[in-house]
Design a protein around this ligand. Structure first.
Ligand SMILES: [Zn+2]
Length: 421
């Protein structure tokens, strides 16, 4: 088993709750579903064994090395947990530059969708794609995302909208997870992304098909970790969300839900009361929604890259954080509304546009994001027994430097599950 002692770490950030503070450190904890505070300690060493973090401490008190231990001098670099991206549509076929150019000339996202573009454009392309081609183009994206320091991510289906094509997407995600065991890659069924043309606007029949026939098969085959739905006018309504919650409950699958991107329709309250694990988007949010979130356990996931690219309002991260909620931020990486996944740009947008402070944004993309994927015991923070998925970053004045240079990827070395990539 490999054992690496990392010495001369300038600062360790993103320590797990419950870890003891060392001199010069700065550590606080919250109870319940309250947000965490980014915690750090200075001038430290850290021991990694196999895939895991064994212990860490101040350089002034560095223990002698266990036998057969490799030593790596971080030379003052700072360390934080690898990013966790809890909301992506990374598996898709092709891109949609033509639509983007139409939007630059004044067409809205909704107008493009009404003309047969948008999600349906990606559906036509996905249905035609061979499995191997879909896997190849998805792998290229995954290679890029991991090189930028994302160690765990969620990938949704939702561009197939028929049984075989959705299966092809889910198998692609599972194959990527198999090919990259040093990452945590979770698979979400989003067959309820849009109503396919075969159902001629008959959402009820399609939802019945998906919830009563398709999802049970995929669950049985072990292809899905979560289920999801796009609740929006023209897509799926509250009764469809109820049907999905019921199906998921019977199968023991956690629910994620796209809600409140363009309209408030009561979906947040319904999802929270139905025990959903996350509600994602929330660009539009009223007081009743906020109250529901405060009274529940559901994670709010915000997607500033989508607002940036579509030019729609941003979610109020500030309001949610002030309410004490565990705010999560993801990329929403997809070919239509957020064709980018640079976590450092997402971090900057979280500060500039969602109103989060840099340390809050870092928590939103690590420890809280891991919670929203049920990975808190392994990923998203630095602590004893956690996976050694770590970013070593040079040139930081303080943690805010990461968000201050927007879109810039700093000098970075990435370790995933105990090995440098
Ligand atoms: Zn999405």
């Amino acid at each position: 088993m490999n054992r690496i002692q990392i010495r001369n770490i300038g600062q360790i950030g993103g320590l797990s709750e419950g870890e003891a503070c060392t001199p010069g450190g700065n550590f606080f904890t919250h109870g319940g579903n309250q947000g965490s505070i980014w915690s750090s300690t200075e001038d430290a060493w850290l021991l990694v064994e196999g895939k895991h973090i064994i212990k860490w401490g101040p350089m002034s008190d560095e223990p002698s090395l266990p036998p057969h231990t490799e030593v790596w001098d971080a030379n003052g670099a700072w360390v934080m947990p690898a990013f966790v991206d809890p909301h992506t549509h990374l598996v898709h076929s092709g891109t949609r530059e033509q639509e983007w150019k139409a939007r630059l000339q004044g067409a809205s996202y909704q107008e493009i969708a009404a003309a047969g573009g948008g999600i349906m454009h990606s559906v036509r392309s996905l249905r035609k794609a061979e499995f191997s081609a879909l896997l190849d183009e998805s792998r290229i994206r995954l290679e890029s995302i991991r090189s930028m320091g994302v160690g765990s991510l969620e990938i949704k289906s939702g561009y197939g909208l028929d049984f075989d094509s959705e299966s092809k997407m889910l198998r692609t995600t599972r194959t990527l997870a198999h090919e990259y065991p040093d990452m945590n890659i979770h698979s979400t069924c989003l067959a309820l992304h849009a109503i396919p043309p075969e159902y001629c606007e008959d959402a009820n029949s399609y939802v019945r098909k998906v919830t009563q026939e398709w999802i049970p098969v995929w669950a049985e085959e072990g292809l899905i970790d979560f289920v999801d739905i796009f609740c929006e006018r023209g897509y799926f309504g509250l009764e469809h969300l109820d049907a999905l919650l019921e199906c998921a409950h019977q199968l023991g699958l956690p629910v994620r839900a796209h809600v409140n991107q363009f309209s408030v329709m009561g979906a947040v309250k319904r999802a929270v009361e139905g025990g959903a694990l996350s509600v994602d988007h929330l660009e539009e949010l009223d007081d009743a929604d906020l109250e529901a979130l405060k009274n529940g356990e559901t994670y709010p996931i915000l997607l500033p890259g989508c607002s940036f690219f579509l030019g729609i309002p941003y979610a109020s991260g500030r309001k949610l954080a002030d309410a004490g909620l565990r705010v999560v931020v993801g990329s929403d990486y997809n070919p239509g509304s957020a064709p980018g996944f640079n976590p450092f740009l997402t971090l900057s947008l979280s500060c500039l546009k969602l109103g989060l402070m840099p340390e809050e944004a870092l928590n939103a993309m690590t420890i809280h994001a891991a919670g929203s994927l049920q990975l808190s015991d392994r990923a998203g923070s630095i602590g004893r027994g956690k996976e050694a998925s770590l970013l070593f970053i040079s040139g930081l004045k303080d943690w805010s430097t990461l968000a201050y240079h927007f879109g810039h990827i700093p000098p970075l070395r990435v370790m995933l599950k105990g090995r440098f990539i």
